[in-house]
Design a protein. Sequence first.
Lengths: 71, 390
Amino acid sequence: MTWQVSVDRVVCLGSGMCAALAPELFTLDDDYATPVTPDIEPNEVALDAADQCPAQAITVLENETVIGPRP
Amino acid sequence: MTVAYPFNEIGSLDLHEAYREAQGKPGMLRVQLPHGEPAWLATRYADARLVLGDKRFSRAVAADHDEPRMQAGRLTGGILSMDPPGHTRLRTLVAKAFTVRRVEELRPRARHIAEDLLAEMVAGGPPADLVDKFALPLPVAVICELLGVPVADRSKFREWSDNVLSTSRLTAEEYQASREELRDYMRGLIATHREAPADDLMSALIDARDSADRLTELELIDLCVGILVAGHETTASQIPNFIVTLMDHPKAMTQLREDPDLIPGAVEELMRFVPLAAGASFPRYALEDVQVGDVLVQAGEPVIVAVGAANRDAVRFDDANDLHIDRPPAQHLGFGHGVHHCLGAALARMELQEALRTLLLGLPNLHTAGDIQWKTEMLVRGPVAMPVGW
């Protein structure tokens, strides 16, 4: 089982929240965040980052179903 | 050599020359705040972003040190004194109320409040105090409705809230006493909401505590207090600060009146340009040795970040010391950076946009009508009173 993580660069505000919270999952290259790798092992921190992103730019998928941000 | 800090002078919104000098020299300055141990001062954009956004720097361990600070009293507890994962747990509970999407739903209401306040101010005739009649009541009304605090209590919580952000007026004991009064006030509101839940953030947080045990009672109280204080003081300061700045830049002011679509971009540029903080505070402690530019910050040493200076770093921004309201999006640090990036950034943006829109379009002849009285002992800078005519 893997999850897919993506960051919408159009809405990303570069707050640095995700990269600070989970540097193993996100990097901030210059102005925008990107996932370190799109496919990750299930990891609660990815959902935390998606929940907390002020721009709601992070999406976490499991089997093509959105699981983050959490409702 | 250690230099006395803060640099910025009372009674203006200028960025002190000492910051530019520091940016021109290698390394970081050693500074001594009015209270606590000496600290490194980060003034460059790259250094600021590293210190604010790197897990090797901690807010929480400040509690174990004589934290460099402006006040005699210490602001312990609260979300800004925590690191992940505790910080994440609390922030997740409130983040949903402050997303861009949720905030956009509040925009019509904020616009309505702004227009009502303007109409009342105009009805009273000039001159009027822009702070008392508009800049303060707008964010107070918005945060009160969102959180579930009666707007009518404004005069009650205003003094306690001022005290939390005050730098010199109070002794450590008075500071603690004032904080406890504000906590007691919030305890009372929480009790009322527990009995009769409403469609507001306080009720949602009470539910998170009572049905899911996701936070302690004191965390609940301090979270509500933090949201109330942080939710209005900064915005209430930036509204008149932005107007003062635009009065110094009449061309920009005219441009915004002719093309209000420029307002959102102008708010970003004003957030970059106006150094709101009286000085850098809330030190980050290195958990291990960390290279910051030319300096190897040793484990256990604190660094304070001068966001206002970093936002004017010529290495990062072209014409850094000029206001360009049509500057391309530029990731300023006005809302901070990293895990403590302002929780209410989207709300503040929206309120500032609506405030500028209402004032600039509603009062085509807005001008000062007397001397501005400036805050003298607060963590943030801005007018206490600003007489205006129109």
